[in-house]
Design a protein. Structure first.
Length: 256
């Protein structure tokens, strides 16, 4: 589950997408600070058959909400909406069951898919026994275009239209690079680590430019087929190598 990413700067995004998208429409935005849950991020979607960038809340709002029963002002960050009682549960959407979950089903079933450009996204590595954050970048330095869903929610009190989006995750257990991430899962009864092959490790999914049109306009079956993991050599290995060095030091020190 990803809870932090860095937007790709506007000029970099325009330069990279120029070869794939004619007349990409982008608003002005500040890409100097990372985006966290219920922060503001950019997503690319179709508007009148044109790929357009929209700024929205990272965290989907369930359709049909009235009043403030489920959607309340965040106590952590005033001014940001978050769903009670689990305020960080809607910035990621598991592909399994996405078509039936109340928050995501409508957007998925009507094809409101989007791409979220990111310079990097953060995931935890616990191989040393403590959390080391990896900033997941591409080895070639180009942006990620992460698979997502988007929607709009109208505030019943003010009439404000709130664009919002989520990032889709899939299982990555056993992947040579992505499988190293996240805290080991514990058995609910014994509280001991379960076998690695039985874990449900999660990953965001990058959509290659050649598949953007199919992702944005294709069928649900088309979309599911595009949710594949990138090979390990696509990922920048800097954080992995630093963690490997830390593990070697622990072994030499007799701590492992």
């Amino acid at each position: 589950m990803c809870n932090l990413y860095q937007m790709t700067p506007k000029n970099d995004l325009q330069t990279f997408t120029r070869q794939y998208v004619d007349d990409l429409g982008l608003p002005d935005f500040d890409a100097t600070r990372p985006v966290g849950p219920f922060g503001t991020g950019l997503f690319l979607h179709l508007v009148s058959n044109r790929v357009t960038g929209t700024l929205g809340q990272w965290g989907m709002i369930r359709p049909g909400q009235v009043g403030r029963i489920d959607y309340i002002q965040s106590k952590v960050t005033p001014g940001k909406r978050s769903p009670a009682p689990r305020p960080r549960s809607t910035n990621n959407a598991r592909i399994e069951g996405i078509g039936t979950k109340p928050t995501f089903a409508h957007a998925w079933n009507v094809g409101q898919r989007c791409l979220v450009p990111a310079a990097w996204y953060a995931e935890p590595n616990w191989e040393t026994g403590r959390n080391i954050w990896w900033h997941i970048k591409r080895a070639d330095g180009t942006p990620w275009f992460l698979a997502g869903l988007w929607s709009e929610w109208t505030d019943p009190e003010t009439g404000e239209v709130v664009p919002n989006f989520t990032l889709i995750t899939r299982n990555c257990t056993g992947h040579p690079f992505l499988g190293r991430l996240h805290k080991p899962e514990l058995d609910a009864k014994t509280k001991r680590p379960i076998p690695p092959e039985s874990e449900d490790k999660r990953s965001l999914v990058h959509i290659d430019p050649v598949n953007w049109s199919k992702w944005l306009t294709g069928s649900q079956d088309d979309a599911r087929q595009l949710l594949i993991l990138q090979p390990s050599d696509v990922f920048d290995q800097g954080d992995a190598q630093a963690t490997d060095a830390a593990l070697s030091n622990l072994v030499r020190g007799g701590l492992f």
